[in-house]
Write a protein that binds this ligand. Sequence first.
Ligand code: AMP
Length: 421
Amino acid sequence: MTEDASAKKELAAVKGTRDILPGEVEKWQALEGLARTTFELYGFRELRAPVFEATELFEKGTGATSDVVTKEMYTFTDKGGRSLTLRPEYTPSVVRAIIEHRLDLEGAPMRYYFMGPMFRYDKPQKGRFRQFHQIDIEVFGEKDAAVDAEIIEMAHALLGKLGVAGAETLVNSVGCRACRPAYSAALREAAAKRKSELCPDCQRKAETNPLRIFDCKVEACREAAASFPSIQDYLCEECREHFRKLRACLDTLGIAYRVEPRLVRGLDYYTKTTFEIVSSHLGAQNALLGGGRYDDMMKDFGGPDICGTGFAMGMERVLSIAEIAPAARKMLYLAYLGEAARMASLELARYFRSNGVECLVEYKDRGMKAHFGRANKLGAAWVLIVGDNELATGRFGLKDMATGRQLEGTREELLALLLES
Ligand code: AMP
């Protein structure tokens, strides 16, 4: 490798991360805008937490036996000797912020949303990155299964606006602290019987947290897991009733779903409801979003006993199948000729911009033909011609690049025209 090539390689984006460049970023902005307006219709407000937190927060929240914590965290020691972690998910941060600021005492609906990067050290592949982006929503203090149904409906409302068709909703209940131990015991027994067929990782999980075996993608483990007992047969009366209500609410809302008893999700904290919305257009990493209820997390963090429910949507995955046409831009290109016109253009550009017109001047002396060539290449909607004559008379020429129409007027007249178009 030449010196040049190796320098280039060193300076490339880190594996599993990527740049979102102009041309693509407009779709991200459209998604963010649609998400914001949709969530605010349901009473959600934005809550922005830091990108990194104390490592302990995720060990405690996400769960010490989850894959995310055991294998995927970006953990580092800072100069003060603290162990910090780039957030692999958002829920623990929100719970921490609520406790820290006692948001539960404010009396406002505890409905929060956030959009931003998450970090997981996993094997990069299609639909899986090390820095990826999630849209996250959380609701606190609402025990009723109707809220779980409502957030599933909200997810569908957003997906509908994004033109995502054919997504399937999977739901399950993973029980609670009262009924899950008996299920875990039954699972451990079943896993022990088929231990030799399981991958080394699942052999370990069979002892530490047998529920996690359902997350494994290894075919032999999936086959074995298919024969394991179903949690649906172990739910306590309260969890069974909650799940029945969830289904009734989804039916009322006309949302089709499939009960998937092996949907336990990769994080340790879920209680009762879990759900995913998947798409067959995505390939192996088929989950657009996943979520569920986590009624014990706040209490386990030493905070008030307030239940929570929410979901996280993968922005890269949604965007890969969304049909979003960002609004067309209408740019005014300012073509100046000569020194005096160059100076006047500075001020003219300010005038148009301050009145809401996107305006571009490139301070490179060009002839008129070169200006038009450049404006064409940039896709400018209009070209304003500024030369000595125009400055003397205060009347400017404007060309509509789409139709070729030539107009003329004062800057005020032309502004009115641009704003109307
Ligand atoms: P999770 O927090 O694991 O439940 O993930 C929620 C959603 O985030 C998933 O359904 C995916 O859409 C997305 N997601 C999770 N991990 C990744 C990743 N490594 N790269 C891209 N998207 C991801």
